[in-house]
Design a protein around this ligand. Structure first.
Ligand SMILES: Cc1cc2nc3c(=O)[nH]c(=O)nc-3n(C[C@H](O)[C@H](O)[C@H](O)COP(=O)(O)O)c2cc1C
Length: 308
């Protein structure tokens, strides 16, 4: 599940669903990938929107399912459900800054300022499953509280196997640049670097800082091959249109026609970004509800005929 110097695919809510992970897997067969974050409440109570996020993972290889919540017992129950569903490891979200998660629910980034609760949750989850448990966190709540190292020491003590660290505080949200600190020898578990990593130079830079791997988030948007390229498992594909069509077919299979078509608009836009006439393409695609029309627009834009 964890080797040194791996390239991880970050959890991205609304993006790293099963169809997206299938596309990333084509290029990076062994990369550790995260699911979108899943609420422990929805999972345990099987709320009606949860099956969208709830898959069986055993055919997916190295998949970490990420859960969020502030109730240690429910987090432990959620972890057991995901272990039974075939997850390779469980990740606890300790960095999500959105108010619904961090301030109103006391979960996500809130756990960076409530180390006692964070510890209780980590102990409960580690004790509930046989598979490894990781956490994903940020530098701290704000500039005055950059206490990421304290949280990592607690995590190590609880039996957490590794940590992904995003080089921003909760207060920064996604603004400014990610500033990843040096990892010192007294940190006893592997730390994966995250934030603004896009190139092999970026990966080298964080390796030199003592990180045990790199995690890629937004650089995957419209470039799902980037993990494979950075890990040396693949090269940039020559026929991107065929990949876009394949991704759309996976979405149709998973979500059904109209929902998939509307959800795919953003992916189509990301794939086209930086290409000539992409602005016009984006405007057209944003109005499409019909499956065949979406297929046709993609085929026309990339000059390709069929699904790979
Ligand atoms: C649209 C979006 C959704 C995200 N969803 C999650 C999530 O579900 N869980 C999580 O821990 N982080 C989430 N993040 C944070 C990313 O995993 C990552 O930490 C952040 O984007 C910085 O990495 P990057 O610069 O490589 O994108 C999300 C970020 C974005 C932009």
């Amino acid at each position: 599940m964890f080797d040194n110097n791996q390239i991880f695919g970050a959890p991205l809510a609304g993006i790293t669903d099963k169809p997206f992970r299938r596309i990333v897997r084509m290029f990076a067969p062994s990369a550790p990938l995260y699911t979108e974050m899943i609420s422990c409440h929805s999972l345990v109570e099987m709320h009606k929107n949860c099956p969208r996020n709830f898959d069986r993972y055993d055919d997916e290889g190295n998949i970490g399912t990420q859960i969020f919540g502030a109730n240690a017992d429910l987090m432990a129950d959620a972890a057991r459900i995901l272990q039974d569903a075939g997850a390779a490891w469980i990740d606890i979200n300790m960095g999500c800054p959105v108010p619904k998660v961090a301030t109103r629910s006391g979960a996500g980034a809130n756990l960076m300022r409530d180390h006692k609760l964070a510890e209780k949750i980590m102990r409960a989850v580690v004790g509930a499953v046989q598979i490894p448990v990781s956490i994903k966190t940020r530098l701290g709540w704000d500039d005055a509280h950059r206490d990421w190292a304290d949280l990592i020491h607690i995590a190590a003590d609880c039996g957490v196997r590794f940590v992904a660290l995003h080089g921003r505080t909760r207060a920064q949200l996604y603004t400014g640049v990610s500033e990843l600190p040096q990892i010192s020898d007294d940190i006893k578990i592997p730390v994966i670097a995250n934030g603004d990593i896009k190139t092999s130079d970026d990966v080298r830079r964080v390796t030199d800082l003592g990180y045990s791997g790199a995690m890629i988030g937004r650089a995957m948007l419209g470039r799902p091959w980037v993990l494979g390229v950075l890990s040396g498992e693949s090269t940039v594909p020559r026929h991107v249109g065929a990949i876009v069509l394949q991704h759309f077919e996976y979405m149709l299979e998973y979500y059904g026609g109209r929902a998939a078509t509307q959800m795919f608009r953003k992916h189509a836009a990301w794939y086209s970004s930086g290409m000539p006439n992409s602005a016009e393409f984006r405007i057209r695609v944003n109005q499409i509800n019909d499956i065949d029309e979406m297929r046709m627009e993609i085929s026309k834009f990339w000059g390709c005929a069929s699904v790979i």
